[in-house]
Design a protein around this ligand. Sequence first.
Ligand code: G4P
Length: 548
Amino acid sequence: PDSTSPPIDSASSIDIDQVLEASLAEAISRRRNFAIISHPDAGKTTLTEKLLLYGGAIQQAGAVKARGEQRKVTSDWMELEKQRGISITSTVLQFDYADNTINLLDTPGHQDFSEDTYRTLAAADNAVMLEDAAKGLEPQTRKLFEVCRMRNIPIFTFINKMDRAGRDPLLLLDEIEAELELIPWAVNWPIGSGELFRGVIDRRTRNVVLFTRAERGRQASERHLHLDDPELPSLVEQELLDQALEELELLEAAGAELDLELVHAGELTPVFFGSAMTNFGVRPFLDAFLEMAQRPVARSTSEGPVDPLRPSFSGFVFKLQANMDPRHRDRVAFVRVCSGRFEKDMTVRLARTGKSIRLSRPQKLFGQERSVVDDAYPGDVIGLNNPGMFAIGDTLYTGSRVEYEGIPCFSPEIFSWLRNPNPSAFKNFRKGVNELREEGAVQILYDTDQSKRDPILAAVGQLQLDVVQHRLENEYGVQTRLEPMGFQVARWVSDGWPALDEMGRIFNCKTVQDAWQRPVLLFKNEWNLNQLLDDHPALELSAVAPVV
Ligand code: G4P
């Protein structure tokens, strides 16, 4: 040390550490992060818009809606990409509300459904399960729920469209309990429904929020009063009130308690009734959600659980996005910050390769907009330019080495031969297919017959196949042809080839192999799969590829 410098005062250096720790702890305690899981049309765009309005992140109703509508009219992904020069897969919306910083991870639905949708849930601390009151649980919601279940993500249920005729609320709760094995706990309870929807009773406070349908426009007005308020009977039909109270008694008799520990373990879901379109019940939902939601918590790594309060930065890549800006042909790696404070220009280490990387232009993403971010905290998501350096599941860290648990593969449901009609382009074709597989754009399978060299693309959504074709043409200069195969179900054989050899000839399924020469069985439907399992009870199959 320079002899002219003042002696190091160890007391003050401890103070600095304490200050840093306190500011990290403060940032973490304010952070909430969630994804919405729903089926198309349940009202995700509408609810997102209302939440962003409360957060002041958008100035007017319609800002998000416009995006939703644009998607609907331009159903073709490539068209949209061409027109707007961007791709439309999921991004992150960050907004502040009531002293909290909220990260809403967008999980696209409709034709944009892909493995990225699932991967986004790997970065989420909470999920909001949005149901249409008239439809209850729908297929896409169930699939996304299964992914949440794998990590025991806390689920908050919002039952939407209460202003319209819907199913019996008790039956909606029963369905959640019976089919998802998730205990529902209604935080509020509807008085009437459809045309006769009069509002909700808050079960914890016994306050009533009355719903008044607006004559014109769609915004409902809310009026708050207590259940014992003498004015109430003149405002709501006694019959409807009696019925709601009777149902509430049934719920109380059922005995479950709103136990936050169970919520955080993903075993109990607080349920809210409302109407996103008329903005009824959205603010109470947001307030209750912020109160009950899980803050960023410790995550599993190779070195045991890592607490978000660990002073050194760490995070993992949960999604790679190509061509967000076609002028630069760039890729963006989305990183979920898990511990410490992330700072611009930080030099981090990549756990997989051990390489050091300086992150000079980290980005904050808001929908399609990007701006350079100076710092980020656990629960946040940052975007890094990725010149082929990162892979899905990669851990970035400073300080001592940590490596987060990988992101699982998801069971593909769409299978298609990928044909390369031009033999002279074979090298590029193979290179492109391998690189896109490594990037996680799609899963690749091969026929067991070596003479059939063409790869089989396996995906969870059609969009993935379209993207692969589009990118092979634009980035590798190869035109390809897709030839759909009539399969819908894939299963990895847990005990490998010997298990298959023992079984002899099997029917109604096709045996293929993955990129690691492991056997995979393809079935036309679940029925054929179950038939095989009935015939061979000892056979162990897995819906997802074992981690390599
Ligand atoms: P999504 O993103 O989940 O696909 O759903 P989105 O928000 O686009 O909503 C789907 C449709 O449901 C929209 O109607 C929307 O207005 C309507 N909706 C959403 N929330 C409610 C609600 O609380 N009550 C009622 N009655 N309807 C609701 P649309 O006809 O497709 O569009 P628009 O003409 O209303 O814009």
